[in-house]
Design a protein around this ligand. Structure first.
Ligand SMILES: [Zn+2]
Length: 462
């Protein structure tokens, strides 16, 4: 791409400037329009009773269903013979929508045109590419909700933040100079590359973070973990009372992560659950409990026979998906609910979740670049078309095998090149990568599809 090429040739300072400008434009969209109104409302609503929260939930549920019936060809025909109810209590009358069906019917599910939409691509954890459309207003509401959550710990845009996300911003020159970040000078956000996290580089990451002194850390927790481990191992002292909170995204938090990250950065982690297709939110509170956010959607926990239970698959209905409505969507994760009678001393009356299960904490390993986490593996689908799903298997340190199911009408050599380039961006140029085109990638005994199968963990020391 031309823009990308120009960016690559600019000096570091101008690249920082471009990152700042890009963000300024993006933030204008995110934080314009209805954003402020939503944020004020969510802040005010922090103290609502459970009854009040359920009233809001019911009202929004009815509105989303009615809207979808009128504006989405898919839902219009899906609900054709169903008397859609006027209450969330009768949600089980509606059919469940699984990922496969959503992917297949996506053009009919959407209610807005590509031009009007904010696009969100998701590889998810199943390796299938899917693109949902958000309305600008829904996107603004989602950011308001996230900012209300982070704001409980003092966060706001403009406070110094270290960000670890799947953006690929570095040039070869940066890597040579051990400079693994770019900075948005206007909003004081430093983006650290998540593609170069490996032993030899960790020193530079860590020493830069210590010098940068971010008030907040946001992003892939597996990356933050590697840095904290390195710092602990080599006796680095991270300054106290600098970092106020750590907000992990996209991956499951393990207890190991908390035990190593929190003491090293002298800061607590506050977990959240969401997804790029627009799932409703689950937020961790100051007491370390997870709360469903009923204002953002409906959460059902069902067993294998689709009957309500306390631990099972999560079916979501999301109120911020008017562009691509998600109603009773099987998102592919499972959760365990907390006992209904339990209340939390944080003051939030939203029901609690005992545990978010589901997403597999897995990675592949590049001798050149280190661990490539699941989020980055999924992102290899970026700018590709026609890849139905893929699986990556690593049986040796220096080789990767990709098994790929394609839509032969759409897929071509050019897309293969892009897909492979996305892999090279992450694993480097030394690993041997082979692609096998197959008609069907088998699932695990558990019935679960795994995008990553790492069979070399025993070779890697901690
Ligand atoms: Zn709480």
């Amino acid at each position: 791409m031309k823009g990308e090429y120009i960016y690559q040739t600019l000096p570091h300072f101008f690249q920082n400037l471009m990152v700042s400008l890009y963000n300024k434009l993006m933030y204008k969209k995110r934080y314009g329009g209805e954003y402020k109104e939503y944020l004020d409302r969510f802040i005010k609503n922090r103290t609502l009773s459970l009854t009040q929260l359920k009233e809001i939930q019911n009202e929004r549920f009815v509105d989303l269903v009615n809207f979808s019936k009128v504006n989405s060809p898919f839902y219009r025909s899906l609900y054709n013979n169903i008397e859609t109810s006027s209450s969330v209590n009768e949600i089980s009358k509606l059919p469940i929508l699984d990922k496969e069906l959503l992917r297949k019917e996506i053009d009919n599910v959407r209610t807005i045109s590509s031009r009007q939409a904010i696009h969100s691509k998701t590889g998810g954890t199943t390796g299938k590419s899917l693109e949902v459309y958000f309305t600008t207003e829904n996107m603004q509401e989602r950011f308001a909700m996230l900012d209300d959550f982070r704001g409980r710990y003092g966060y706001e845009l403009g406070k110094k933040t270290a960000w670890f996300s799947g953006k690929s911003l570095l040039t070869k020159r940066d890597v040579r100079k051990h400079r693994f970040w770019k900075t948005d000078l206007v909003h004081k956000v430093r983006y650290y590359s998540t593609f170069h996290i490996k032993e030899d580089n960790l020193k530079y990451y860590l020493e830069d973070i210590i010098q940068f002194q971010p008030e907040y850390l946001v992003g892939f927790p597996s990356n933050i973990l590697e840095i904290a481990k390195y710092g602990t191992r080599y006796g680095y002292k991270y300054p106290e009372r600098v970092t106020k909170a750590i907000f992990p995204t996209a991956e499951t938090i393990t207890s190991e992560m908390r035990e190593i990250i929190e003491p090293f950065f002298h800061s607590k982690m506050f977990n959240q659950y969401a997804s790029s297709e627009g799932a409703p939110f689950i937020f961790e509170c100051s007491e370390g409990n997870l709360h469903l956010e009923l204002q953002s959607g409906v959460f059902e926990v069902l067993d294998d026979d689709d009957q309500p239970t306390t631990s099972g698959k999560l079916i979501v209905t999301s109120f911020t998906t008017y562009g691509t409505p998600l109603i009773r969507y099987d998102i592919g994760d499972s959760i365990t609910l907390e006992n209904e009678n339990k209340t939390c001393s944080c003051g939030n009356k939203n029901p609690m979740v005992r545990e978010i299960l589901g997403r597999i904490d897995d990675y592949i390993f590049s001798p050149e670049n280190g661990k490539i986490n699941l989020g980055n593996v999924s992102n290899t689908l970026k700018d590709t078309k026609g890849i139905i799903r893929f699986q990556v298997i690593q049986n040796e340190l220096n080789t990767l095998e990709l098994f790929v199911e394609t839509d032969k009408v759409v897929y071509n050599k050019k897309i293969e090149d892009k897909f492979l380039q996305n892999w090279r961006d992450r694993v480097g140029n030394k690993m041997e990568i082979s692609i096998h085109y197959v008609d069907n990638i088998p699932v695990e005994k558990s019935g679960k599809f795994r995008i990553v199968k790492n069979n070399i963990k025993h070779l890697l020391s901690e």
